[in-house]
Ligand binder design. Structure first.
Ligand SMILES: Nc1nc2c(ncn2[C@@H]2O[C@H](COP(=O)(O)OP(=O)(O)OP(=O)(O)O)[C@@H](O)[C@H]2O)c(=O)[nH]1
Ligand SMILES: [Mg+2]
Length: 218
C-alpha cells in the first residue's frame, strides 16, 4: 500500500473515531435526561456475555425495567435468549463490522420509547479488539473473558482491560478440567488496570453473579 493511501486511511479512521466520540456524548446526554443507566458488555466470542446478562436479568428484572441490545454480526439468537426471560431485547446485526458504535445506539435511543426503561444492557459484538475504539456513551464498560480462552487471554488483549471499569473472568465452574491459573489471570488484569473491579464468575452455577450485579449498579 502506498504511503499516501495509508495516511488517508489513518485520517479516515481518526474522523470515524472523532464522530463516534461526539455521538457517544449525545447518547450520554439522552440517557441522563431519560434516567436510563446504560452498560456496555464487551468481550471474547463465546466468553459468556449473553449468559451473564441472562443471569443478571433473571435476578433483577422484576424490580427494574430493562432493555437489552444484543450486537452480533448475524442472527437473532442472543435477543431470543434474552426475551425468554420476559425482557425486551433489540438485536443489531453489524454485518462486516466487528463492534457496535455510538450510531447504532443513537438509533435505538431515537426510535424506541425509553420512558419506562431504567436499565440498558448492551451486549457488544464478540471481539476483544475492535470495541476498544468505539465508546457508546454508557456509564460503565464491563469486559468479559472466560478461562476457556486460555491463560494468556488477558495479557494478550490489554486494551479492553485498560478501557473498562469492571472485568469478569467467567466459566470458573470449569476450573478442574481446564489447565489455567485463575489467580494469575486476575493479577494480569490488575496489572494492566489497577482501577478495575474484577470478578470471577460462573454464569452456569451463578457463582459471584450477585456481587457482580452490586458492583455494576453501585
Ligand atoms: N460451563 C460454563 N459454560 C458457560 C458459562 N457461561 C456461558 N457458558 C456457555 O458458553 C457458550 C457461549 O456463551 P454465550 O453466553 O453465548 O457467550 P457470548 O459471549 O454471548 O458469545 P457471542 O455472543 O457469540 O460472542 C454457551 O454454550 C454457554 O452456555 C459458564 O459460566 N460456565
Ligand atoms: Mg452473545
Amino acid at each position: 500500500m502506498s504511503e499516501k493511501k495509508t495516511s488517508r486511511i489513518i485520517e479516515l479512521n481518526e474522523d470515524l473515531i472523532e464522530n463516534n466520540d461526539k455521538l457517544a456524548e449525545e447518547n450520554k446526554q439522552i440517557l441522563l435526561e431519560k434516567n436510563v443507566r446504560a452498560f456496555d458488555f464487551v468481550g471474547a466470542i463465546g466468553a459468556g456475555k449473553t449468559a451473564i446478562i441472562e443471569s443478571i436479568v433473571k435476578k433483577i428484572s422484576r424490580e427494574n425495567n430493562i432493555l437489552v441490545i444484543n450486537g452480533d454480526v448475524a442472527t437473532r439468537i442472543d435477543a431470543n435468549r434474552i426475551e425468554k426471560h420476559g425482557v425486551r431485547s433489540i438485536q443489531i446485526n453489524t454485518g462486516r463490522e466487528c463492534a457496535l458504535n455510538s450510531y447504532h445506539i443513537s438509533q435505538v435511543l431515537k426510535n424506541n420509547d425509553l420512558n419506562e426503561v431504567n436499565l440498558l444492557f448492551i451486549e457488544n459484538v464478540g471481539n476483544l479488539i475492535c470495541p476498544s475504539d468505539f465508546i457508546l456513551g454508557v456509564e460503565k464498560r464491563i469486559v468479559i473473558v472466560s478461562i476457556t480462552e486460555g491463560p494468556w487471554v488477558v495479557r494478550k488483549h490489554p486494551m479492553l482491560f485498560k478501557f473498562s471499569d469492571i472485568a469478569v473472568i467467567n466459566k470458573i465452574d470449569l476450573e478442574d478440567v481446564i489447565d489455567v491459573d485463575i489467580k494469575e489471570m486476575v493479577s494480569d488484569a490488575r496489572e494492566i488496570n489497577p482501577n478495575l473491579k474484577i470478578f470471577v464468575t460462573s454464569a452456569t452455577t451463578g457463582e459471584n453473579i450477585s456481587k457482580l450485579i452490586n458492583c455494576i449498579l453501585d
